[in-house]
Design a protein around this ligand. Sequence first.
Ligand code: MG
Length: 388
Amino acid sequence: MKKITVLGSTGSIGQNTLEVVRRHPDQFQIHGLTARGNVELLLAQIKEFRPHYVSVFDPELREAVQKHAGHCQVLSGPEGLVELASQPVDLVLNAVVGAVGLQPLLAAIKAGNHVAAANKEPLVMAGRYIMEEAGKQGVRILPVDSEHSAIFQCLEGSNHADVRCVHLTASGGPFYRYSPEEMRHISPAQAMSHPTWDMGAKISVDSATLMNKGLEIIEAMWLFGLELEQIRVVIHPQSIVHSLVEFVDGSFLAQLGRADMKLPIAYALNYPSRLTLSDERMDLATIGTLTFDKPDCKTFPCLALAQEAAQEGGTAPAILNAANEEAVAAFCNAKIPFLAIAEVVERTLSESNFSSAYDLDAVMEADRDARLRAQAHIASTSESTPLC
Ligand code: MG
């Protein structure tokens, strides 16, 4: 029986993780769950999965949860997340959204817990530091992001020196082939409805701007020890091929499957064995055609911004990530238009001083500074731009 803690259990990845656990109750036991503020769902999860501990991000909700949590102990705040991540388990699945997942991820690693990483932002911000810490502790970081899970699966049994490059697939998001004029009038609701994947708000908007693919490039650099030049992006609107590895002899290996996050989650939960998931089969003849296309970096400048930050290294990816988080939150709250997300990130990056340091202090300082700069740009943008 594998003991698991799920950080972010009420979000999209968290719920899919518990669905996998629900189908294999004899293999997994839930030790801890954490939620940001969805008390109702967290209480239902406590009742069903009987964790020993839970944590709510908002401290004001702690009492309300404890009242109905029975013997389950309720923690709260960022400290609650860190405390739960550091309790010994077989695997911590980190599905927290954004930079807030960095400290619990490091706490899990330092405690010697293996990690399934669904939360890509910490790897973008501090990938080198995280991988060094994981190496010191002998901790495995298993990818949950579907593209990285695909690459991880394709790399099984191969030599690192035999890899020429990897090809990250991108669906293109809801605005694939939109004209610049059409891009001017995108609402948060449109950006949050993804054509092939069912995901949370932040990652849906990141997919719509292609920033998600940019963040995934940086994530792949650290997870697989690759150079920026070894990571290509290809648009694949069907979301059937989840990524590919190209070897020095010209061979490509790809991983294919339905666009269902339960697949990469199950692979990470039960690595190296696979789990039976459902009777639903993928019918290749029904799919018929798989297409591949070049990304349009002009219409989707976030992809190029992420590549520039990756090239710069040091604190640049942390600055990119912080500015993007602030801009996406402002867009979701209807404070800035869709196209201003890339502008805020670009302006924040262009006026920031990069440091080559990659320790936690340098990363956190860059994060704080970038958020202040991004917020100032958001304030000036929202004053000057009429929203549709
Ligand atoms: Mg992905």
